[in-house]
Structure formats: structure tokens, C-alpha cells
Write a protein that binds this ligand. Structure first.
Ligand SMILES: C[S@@+](CC[C@H](N)C(=O)[O-])C[C@H]1O[C@@H](n2cnc3c(N)ncnc32)[C@H](O)[C@@H]1O
Length: 301
């Protein structure tokens, strides 16, 4: 199915054959496990679920050559390592699906576990209308998952980047249920954000997936390196600049007994527990994700 340049030369209209050609092209682009991407790209083109595409492939159904050509075009982009979510324009996150594209960090599956810690803490709050804050919200993923899964919660979300904020605005309009307030602001200057002033001492759960990549550790995957915004990735020399800031300045916003939930790299757990404890947070604990890597730390005010 490939010509000498490695491009998919012609698209079969039979779904199973087309999927195989798409996989071959993506493998040549360095994508190790392309089957899911192929099915999701084709599903996006056809307006069908991935499961439906799999069923159609098993039945060796055919699609129009126009649809096949559209799938091939997206496959070429994916093989050039454009993130799948930028091609489909959507990123699933827990039970919601966010609009994403250039200028915003694509929400990751590991952050779904971080969301779970925040949701569990929020659900335990006896207050009839618990308050959560998501710092560095990006697409709004954590804030919107919290609001969606804890329907009595009020959630504030803070994002610095104008581009990311615009994506979050769109997602808040779709999923926010009038309970998510989005603020454009710098979390390193929390006290200066007037919209947050009424929240001092009132926040039950503060969650953040901040930038935490050390500045000299450029990610290897082109999807991350070339397509996630730099502001979303890098957190200074040891990656912890924003975490240090949050630890110090966000404490004033959290009610005594309230929770802090942070995502971080697997090597950063101990440093984060130490700096949180030094700043007066209690019961700092680091938790493994489903693959056993330490990716979240929680603490209590
Ligand atoms: C790793 S991304 C996480 C996005 C989102 N929370 C998620 O989990 O998908 C970090 C986000 O923090 C934002 N950010 C970086 N520095 C910031 C700052 N000083 N104040 C507010 N937001 C910041 C970036 O623009 C980016 O959207």
C-alpha cells in the first residue's frame, strides 16, 4: 500500500484493508502501536465509535473512496507525529470529552488518577456545596471532571496562557454546568488574582497538574516536544518551580483539613513531600498510578 516515499499510495475502500495500510504508514512514522489510532481516525472520519469501526472491519465492510481518502490524509499527519487528539479535535478524559488543539496541553490518562484523588476528597466534604480549585487548568480537564462527577461542587479554574484559556472557555461552556468559573491568571501570583480573593480560607480541595518537566529534559516524543506548549511542560531547573509556588501561596486558600492533590513526575515524590511538609502541609503522601509509578502526591492543610 506504500509508494517509495512511504506515503499510502492508494486507499482501499474495504475497511480492514484500509486499517492495515494506515497502521503500516504509522509504524513507518515511528508509532509503535498504531491500531487504536487507526481505528480512532477512521471512526472520526465516519462519525462512528471505535467499537463500531472494529465491527465493520471484522465484517469486511466497505466505505466510500472519499472517506478513505480523508482517513489516509489524517494518517499521513499522524505519521508525521501530530497528536491524534489534534487531528480529531477531541480528548476523552474520564467521563467527558474535551475540545483540544494547538495551544493547549492534551489531557493524559495518568491525570485521570489524579482527578480521582480530588473527586474522592471532594465527595467526603460535608458542606452541601464544596469548593474546589484547579490551578494550571489547561483545557479545563481536572476542573470539569470534578464538576461533572461531583454535581454539588463549585469549581474555580486558573490558566495563564491565552490560547489554553480559550480552549478551556470552550470546554467550560460545553461541560461546566454553570458551576465552573474560569480565570485567566498566573498561579505564581495567586494573591493578585482578584477573582480568587473571596476563596481565601474556603477551598476544600485544591488540585493541580502543573508544568513539572525539568528545563534541561526535553521530552523525546515529537507529539509532546513539538505540539504541547512549552509553558505547559517546563517547571524550571528541577521542574518544581510552580509546585513550590503553589505549596507556599495556595495554602492560604485551603480550609483547615482541606486537601491538596498534585500530579508530578515519578522521581519527584520525595522532594514534593519534603517541600510541602516544610511549608506546613500535613500527611504528605505519594501514590502510584496503575503502572506502579509515583505520579501523585496528596497533603492536608
Ligand atoms: C501540564 S499542563 C496541565 C493542563 C491540565 N491541568 C491537564 O491536566 O490536562 C500545565 C498547564 O499550566 C499552565 N501554566 C503554566 N504556568 C502557569 C502559571 N504560572 N499560571 C497559570 N497557569 C500556568 C500551562 O499553560 C498549562 O496549561
Amino acid at each position: 500500500m506504500q509508494d517509495e516515499q512511504g506515503a499510502v499510495a492508494e486507499a482501499s475502500a474495504r475497511i480492514d484493508v484500509l486499517l492495515a495500510a494506515m497502521c503500516e504508514r504509522m509504524l513507518a512514522g515511528g508509532i509503535e502501536h498504531p491500531a487504536a489510532d487507526a481505528e480512532l481516525i477512521l471512526g472520526h472520519v465516519l462519525g462512528e465509535s471505535r467499537g463500531r469501526v472494529q465491527a465493520l472491519a471484522i465484517m469486511r465492510e466497505e466505505i466510500s473512496s472519499t472517506a478513505a481518502a480523508a482517513a489516509v490524509e489524517l494518517t499521513e499527519e499522524r505519521a508525521r507525529r501530530v497528536p491524534l487528539q489534534h487531528l480529531t479535535g477531541r480528548a476523552p478524559f474520564r467521563s467527558i470529552e474535551l475540545a483540544v488543539g494547538p495551544g493547549v496541553f492534551v489531557p493524559r490518562p495518568e491525570t485521570e488518577i489524579v482527578a480521582q484523588f480530588a473527586i474522592d476528597a471532594l465527595q467526603l466534604v460535608p458542606d452541601p456545596e464544596p469548593i474546589a480549585v484547579d490551578l494550571c487548568t489547561g483545557s479545563g480537564a481536572l476542573a470539569l471532571a470534578l464538576a461533572h462527577e461531583v454535581p454539588r461542587a463549585r469549581v474555580w479554574a486558573v490558566e495563564k496562557s491565552r490560547e489554553a484559556h480559550a480552549w478551556a472557555e470552550r470546554n467550560v461552556a460545553e461541560w461546566g454546568d454553570d458551576r465552573v468559573s474560569l480565570v485567566q491568571g498566573d498561579v505564581t501570583e495567586l494573591a493578585a488574582i482578584t477573582a480568587l480573593a473571596p476563596l481565601v480560607g474556603r477551598v476544600h480541595v485544591l488540585v493541580s497538574n502543573p508544568p513539572y518537566v525539568p528545563s534541561n529534559m526535553v521530552p523525546r516524543d515529537p507529539e509532546v516536544r513539538d505540539h504541547d506548549p512549552e509553558l505547559a511542560l517546563y517547571g524550571g531547573l528541577d521542574g518544581l518551580d510552580i509546585v513550590r509556588n503553589i505549596s507556599r501561596s495556595a495554602r492560604a486558600f485551603v480550609v483547615p483539613g482541606g486537601s491538596l492533590v498534585l500530579e508530578h513526575a515519578e522521581t519527584q515524590g520525595r522532594a514534593i513531600r519534603e517541600l510541602l511538609t516544610a511549608d506546613g502541609w500535613r500527611a504528605a503522601a505519594t501514590h502510584p498510578d496503575l503502572t506502579g509509578r509515583d505520579r501523585a502526591t496528596t497533603a492536608v492543610r
